[in-house]
Design a protein around this ligand. Structure first.
Ligand code: HPA
Ligand code: ZN
Length: 319
């Protein structure tokens, strides 16, 4: 569908975007050349042809493989700058951006290269206020998450929150109770992916054990009427990514996406792009795909700011 003027022009906050998921195939090849990294793909078309995913894990395999081209401060800078350059055309005025340091530390990239590269780019785009959220990889150990938080401590001026991502099933939020408590103590805002592939019980755990301020995805909460009632009552923000859910087989097709039903239930949902280089588009493409009314689009945009870590007082500046 063609994006209506309302979709593109409405000011929005992007709250569910993995910066590594904005690594477009063209940049994979450009950085591979710059860093002398051998790629197992013939060309850009060959790489793009592999973006057909059966589930979350099959996406994660290629998402982590492509990160091999990210080596230096400059690479992380260029990745974030390429994303931030697109924000005006998407109506994105504010972005709370996930990054996955464990995936980079594992290749010997220092935390400072990752954070300084990303925040350096953020400083160059005053037209979008952007913040970083450090994500722990839930398919790695709780000890590894704790070590990652320690390594991030010198950089906390550049980081607003902590998140939880990667393979969900078998890795419940409760596994990370200790590191989230430590992060909250440091003044970091807690969020977590839950209820993407995992059950509604993981959404409850994210709220009750991790104390999260937002739930990322949360679509499977719709299977549990008591949980839906609680999410409505507590106005828990849910950051929903329709194209991701379709591409990863979490919902059968866009016509069956639960976002309209979530709105009808009175939930505090907003729409975001997750890994736009892999799933077919940035935030306006996600909104356009749903074929919503103008009123629904306005509500989603308002929710995106309400659910952000921008204070109520400062929000007016974006509208
Ligand atoms: N789910 C979980 N982890 C992720 C995702 C996702 O959609 N994208 C990047 N890491
Ligand atoms: Zn995500």
């Amino acid at each position: 569908p063609v994006a209506s003027p309302t979709v593109t022009v409405l000011p929005k906050a992007e709250l569910h975007l993995h910066i590594e998921g904005t690594l477009e195939p063209e940049m994979v090849f450009e950085l591979a050349r710059r860093n002398d990294v051998a790629l197992p793909y013939r060309d850009i078309d060959d790489l793009r042809a592999r973006y057909r995913f059966a589930d979350l894990q099959s996406f994660l395999d290629i998402y982590y493989a492509n990160m091999a081209v990210l080596r230096t401060t400059r690479d992380f800078h260029d990745l974030a700058a390429a994303y931030l350059r697109r924000c005006p055309e998407q109506g994105v005025r504010h972005a709370e951006i996930f990054f996955d340091p464990q995936a980079h530390l594992a290749r010997g990239v220092p935390m400072s290269a990752v954070v300084e590269g990303l925040s350096g780019a953020i400083g160059e785009f005053p037209e979008v206020s952007a913040k970083l959220i450090l994500c722990f990889l839930r398919d790695q150990s709780a000890d590894s998450a704790e070590e990652t938080l320690r390594r991030a401590e010198p950089h906390l001026d550049d980081i607003v929150g902590v998140g939880l991502d990667s393979a969900e099933i078998g890795h419940p939020p409760s596994k990370f109770a200790t590191v989230f408590a430590a992060a909250r103590k440091l003044g970091l805002e807690p969020v977590a992916h839950a209820g993407e592939e995992g059950p509604p019980a993981y959404v409850r755990e994210a709220l009750d054990v991790l104390g999260v301020r937002r739930v990322d995805h949360g679509i499977r909460a719709m299977e549990d009427p008591d949980l839906v009632a609680r999410l409505r009552r507590e106005r828990v923000p849910l950051t929903v990514c329709p194209l991701s859910n379709v591409r990863l087989g979490c919902v059968p097709d866009i016509a069956h996406h639960p976002l309209p039903a979530m709105l009808a239930e009175g939930l505090n949902v907003s729409v975001h792009s997750d890994d736009p280089a892999y799933f077919g588009g940035y935030v306006t493409a996600n909104l356009a795909a749903l074929r919503l009314s103008e009123d629904q689009l306005r509500l989603l945009a308002a929710n995106s700011f309400e659910s952000s870590f921008v204070t109520a007082q400062a929000r007016e500046r974006y509208l």
